[in-house]
Design a protein around this ligand. Sequence first.
Ligand code: MSP
Length: 611
Amino acid sequence: MAVVRVHSSIQSSLCILSHPLYSTSRNLKTRLHFPRPLFSSPSFSSGRALFCSCRADNFKGSEREVSDSFVLTTPLYYVNAPPHMGSAYTTIAADAIARFQRLLGKKVIFITGTDEHGEKIATAAATCGSSPSEHCDVISQAYKTLWQDLDIAYDKFIRTTNPKHEAIVKEFYSRVLANGDIYRADYEGLYCINCEEYKDEKELLENNCCPMHLKPCVLRKEDNYFFALSKYQKLLEETLTQNPDFVQPSFRLNEVQSWIKSGLRDFSISRASVDWGIPVPNDNKQTIYVWFDALLGYISALSEDNEQPNLQSAVSSGWPASLHLIGKDILRFHAVYWPAMLLSAGLSLPKTVFGHGFLTKDGMKMGKSLGNTLEPNDLVQRFGSDAVRYFFLREVEFGNDGDYSEDRFINTVNAHLANTIGNLLNRTLGLLKKNCQSTLAVDSTLAAEGNAFKDTVDKLVEKAKFQYENLSLSSACEAVLEIGNAGNLYIDERAPWSLFKQGAAASEAAAKDLVIILEAMRIIAIALSPVTPRLCLRIYEQLGYTKEQFNATTWSETEWGGLKSGQVMAQPKPVFARIEIEAEGGDGGEAAKKVGKKKEKIPHTQGVAQA
Ligand code: MSP
């Protein structure tokens, strides 16, 4: 069992015991000894250290409470190995949410980055025969390249080795120290290097194996600095009761509440045995624990490059975040440790922490440590970024786990993007070219007068908006696809190709039908653009708009009535190539299949819809 053996600092202990929020003093007393010298930090020995600044006594005045801004973050990814599909998943979801919020007219700051310190990274660098900093440069760049290939339009990319980040971490540490929440103690426990976390023996499998990484934890004994998490137990309980939306999906809230209820233990926030990290202020024999360091990336990312890095200015550039998107494995750090750290430093809490599920292979979390990953570069190269983005957002209900299968990938993408959307557009434009010189005969508003199809589209757009707002990304995709399904049904029932043959009034009705379908396509192009930006740009261009017009669209333009009489459509070209399974060799069996995009020329527009 991991045990905190010796606490020190009478002042920090007094602070803990005297704090009105401290409700577990009985437990603490059993663990406290006072064998060490006191901290010498001047602020620490001031009376102020006896109070927890859980309220706004400092920066909150400079924090922005601007409702038109939306700050969202992905985790900062470890650079022990290049990105895999699991890491890409969070970032794709974050990008879709960021694009949706931009469509709503919000001033979005989308933060991502890399977590570059700690034992795991140092070991990975040594294994490759590189210095830690060379190794970090290479892997961090691999993340940036993948984000570009996946059309991730982030606003800030923070590396935890960036000097401005280091300055902010040190300042934050000093604030928490000054608040009396840091003390020194010996620690002995079982450590999982892959999680970078001490574990409780009872959570481990046979041979002290970590249940996530299936590797044995190592026994560690160290003299460390501790953060007085236990002080914040009551306040965290109250915060969660008063703000149940803080943790989402709602079923994860219970999990967090039960961790807190079962008793919070102080955790060590420095390492004596790790050189590759930010030195502890006033004690360069220790480095700051990688999580205490990395979480601050969400704030340091906000600091502007041209200004002196400090907490106050970073905070005033956008804190608190609206949304932290994370995987469920790092929920405790974000929903328990991080809020307590922020409370200690007198900063506001983020509005929501959303813990999504895992992409799995054979039921096991896909990951670098288990080596059962899926290569996102390979998927993007073979199928294009839209297909990858769409499949994972549509097929995995955001919040739950989802297993990958190539057959399902191909079937979904072909059915939804190539058939339902791509074919509908293509055949409608073909008919328009043949019968109307590719020109719209009437305004879409006039074309749809008294037509129930328009009402269906209106309802589905509202539904999609609601689902995006609730982060139900799969349901949002589904609602947009339903517009495509309704469009296909409409065109099949109306059969404009026959109406055109009848001439006169029937021909006019057919021309209106085409306008109606194309208006629905215009709406789809906006409503699905958070998920498949390249495809949606191509649709928009086929409808006779420019890339600039596409980049300037807003969600309000999903309202029926955008297409006007006289607008000329582009020449019909397929907007999404089907993925074909070609049999290789003679037997054509499953094992022999070869998969690729059909050889149709799809323009690859660069720099789609950058923020
Ligand atoms: N460095 C920390 C995060 C610090 S944030 C201040 C970390 N890095 S990680 O690279 O190991 O994981 C980053 C994210 O990727 C986590 O949210 C994790 O849940 C997610 N995923 C890693 N593998 C995953 C799957 N197989 N499926 C879905 N997401 C997964 O933790």
